[in-house]
Design a protein around this ligand. Sequence first.
Ligand code: HEM
Length: 192
Amino acid sequence: MAVNRYDRVAMILHWASAVAILILIPVGKWMADAARDHSASPAVIFDTYQTHKAAGLTILMLTIVRIGWRLFHPPPPFPASMTPWARYLANATHAGFYVLIVALPLTGWAMVSASPFGFPTIWFGLFEWPHIAPLAAMENKKPVEDLFKGAHEILGNAAIILIVLHIGAALKHRFISRDQMLWRMLPGKKGT
Ligand code: HEM
């Protein structure tokens, strides 16, 4: 029986975002700690912030494309063997991911826009990404920066929980249920 699979564009968008997020989370935690306790040189910290911001904003762009793509290319239906509970959990996890891949970059962008330091964001050394103008123009920025910083941290921790659940579910399908779920998102595998 052939596997109902996501299309090629959906797979590319999924894996590009997944790899980037799996790198951005530990790098984000590392650089926030390093900036607080000065455990790395200012130049290394600055470059890491720049790369983190550029990659995070790229995820925001990819997410916009992804949501647009999904609206016109609905995902393949779940296999008939999946229980209502498993469907509910899968849908809830996926919805949670969509919220996070929009809210994480937006809170990051808002945080740097409201930073009293006003450091620019240079997108991979190519051009200056604008700050969110109303935030950059505020008089008293610090409390707003702190608010978005706190939100970014909480969302980053929520992403870790969802990633663990998501990978756990994929492994359960592969090794316990031994069904075709994992192949739906894997390129180059035709299924049986
Ligand atoms: C999906 C995209 C993103 C992910 C997964 C992500 C993840 C993270 C994580 C986990 C942290 C560490 C938070 C902590 O525990 O203190 C962090 C820090 C940070 N992120 Fe992001 N981020 C993303 C996008 C962005 C964007 C788009 C920007 C800005 C344009 C940004 C700016 C920052 C900054 C400035 C910090 C350091 C905060 C501090 O100094 O405490 N992030 N990020």
